[in-house]
Design a protein around this ligand. Structure first.
Ligand code: SAM
Length: 281
């Protein structure tokens, strides 16, 4: 350990046991106590790397309770490490409550870098990795999803989301209905034996996963959705159709077929166009 810190938040592998840095192993070897989510899971990792240390479990349900114990340990001069089941603690894993309290109580901390699923996913997706947003787990209800993905769309950058295999298809279908045939990449089982990056148009990716059971851990990456330029093109199209005397209903059907977007989306575009036209008069 190069600097004198009291507590270390250490990244651990997301699949491949070898994905842990030399510094992380050094920190863990020199810790008096290691707080982890699941002691069985973490003892396998430590055994693999020949580290024999006291493990104490913490999770989101006892994190606040453990804070007091950790602060006492730090006051008594113990070296403490915090790890999660996989990847970087704090990133959709417990650790944040501990970190905030540690800082509030005047102890110094270090983050020991390493594996984090979202980083592998953005790199392997082949989408723009220069500016992206990470939004954690996709919410479960349609109302929440709508708000959540609208927020993403407004950012106009690549989006990274954690998703469970059981809900992947439902989410992909929701996205197709909402945004049309966008580009996606499903990153599955990263760093593991059956690692897979499935990139392409969302309709093709849906067909692919409809044919085989979705298994394993998943990060979903969406290419940025350029609402503005696409809507400008569609507005031009609506204008042309209106000039030719098409009804709103016929325009909705035409847009749906030609641009492979949902009926709701086409309807929304026509309504927006009509509103804008009224304002311009
Ligand atoms: N702290 C972790 C990190 O640094 O990425 C994330 C923990 S979160 C509770 C677990 C989610 O991360 C999984 O449901 C999945 O979405 C993603 N994940 C973790 N490991 C993964 C892997 N090997 N392949 C794909 N996704 C993974």
């Amino acid at each position: 350990m190069d600097k004198q810190s009291n507590i270390y938040f250490v990244a651990t592998p997301i699949g491949n046991m070898m994905d842990i840095t030399l510094r992380a192993l050094d920190v863990l070897s020199k810790s008096d106590i290691i707080y982890c989510e699941d002691t069985r899971n973490s003892s396998n990792l430590l055994k693999f790397h020949n580290i024999d240390k006291k493990l104490i479990s913490y999770h989101k349900f006892n994190e606040s309770e453990r804070v007091k114990e950790i602060l006492d340990n730090l006051k008594n001069g113990k070296v403490v490490s915090v790890i999660s089941d996989a990847g970087m603690p704090i990133i959709n894993d417990p650790g944040f409550v501990i970190l905030k309290e540690v800082v509030k109580n005047g102890f110094s901390f270090e983050i020991i870098p390493g594996a984090c699923a979202l980083i592998n996913a953005i790199c392997g997706s082949l989408f723009d990795a220069g500016s992206f947003c990470y939004m954690g787990f996709v919410p479960r209800t349609d109302v929440e999803r709508k708000k959540y993905f609208e927020k993403f769309q407004k950012m106009n950058v690549t989006g990274i989301f954690y998703e469970s295999p059981n809900r992947l298809l439902k989410t992909l279908k929701f996205l197709k209905d909402y945004f049309g045939n966008i580009n996606v990449c499903v990153c599955r089982e990263l760093t593991k034996l059956f690692e897979e990056y499935k990139r392409g148009k969302i309709t093709d990716v849906i067909s692919y996963y409809e044919e085989k059971k979705v298994k394993g851990e998943i990060v979903l990456v969406l290419d940025k959705i350029e609402e503005k330029s696409e809507e400008i093109d569609l507005n031009k199209e609506i204008l042309e159709l209106k000039k030719q005397g098409y009804s709103n209903k016929k325009i909705v059907i035409y847009l749906k077929e030609k641009f492979n977007i949902s009926k709701n989306k086409a309807y929304e575009l026509v309504l927006n166009y009509n509103e804008k036209e009224k304002e311009d008069v």
